[in-house]
Design a protein around this ligand. Sequence first.
Ligand SMILES: [Zn+2]
Ligand SMILES: [Zn+2]
Length: 237
Amino acid sequence: MIKVLVDTHTHTNCSTHSHSTLLENAYAAAERGLEMLCMTNHTPALPDSPHIWHFETMGSLPKEIKGVKMAYGAETNLLDLDGNVDLPEEIQKKMDLIVASIHKPCLAPGTADDYTSTYLGAIKNPYITILGHSGSVNYPYDIDTVVKAAREYNKCIEINNHTFTVRRPSIENCRKIALACKKYGTHIVVSSDAHNSFDIGNFDNAIKMLTEIDFPEELIANATAARFTEYLKSLKK
Ligand SMILES: [Zn+2]
Ligand SMILES: [Zn+2]
């Protein structure tokens, strides 16, 4: 039975299309038995993201709330074919983790070759940890090439539970990506991408799919807080 005890991608109401505070999210995480919670709000290229100071000041936040370990990062926007993102490098450097995602308003429309190039650039950025919701059918890419590169650079591919409700046509694509991760031995993370506290730690559909394809538990980097913390440390070296 697959268990995931770290939520690697969640939003607070500092991104105004999300509806809960950090404290509400942390309490929800504690209630649901999570060991660790990561706050990853949207970065400035999205219209309702918090001011850059939100990211500069995260160092003052507690490392643990209600017995839940806390990690602070961002869900950055991929901006171009080189995989650049919308945060200054000095801020990226200080974060516990960085998810890099394609969001429609931030990247010019392109071909599968273009999106492959964008993701390869992101993988090579030493501060980026995770490729976010890459299963979107709107942004197809060469799965084998990207999944192999993620393995080479020790980066994670996200299986985003939110995709199974808001990006339904992408579910089949997520399965293909997970199968490629299994084939090449690439780490994944499972996340809720919660936009309110009621969704924190909700991985049900993602876990169902991973169970169906008999996904190896040892490749889930966020199965436990201990494993995820070790993994983040290995990236900082
Ligand atoms: Zn996103
Ligand atoms: Zn998100």
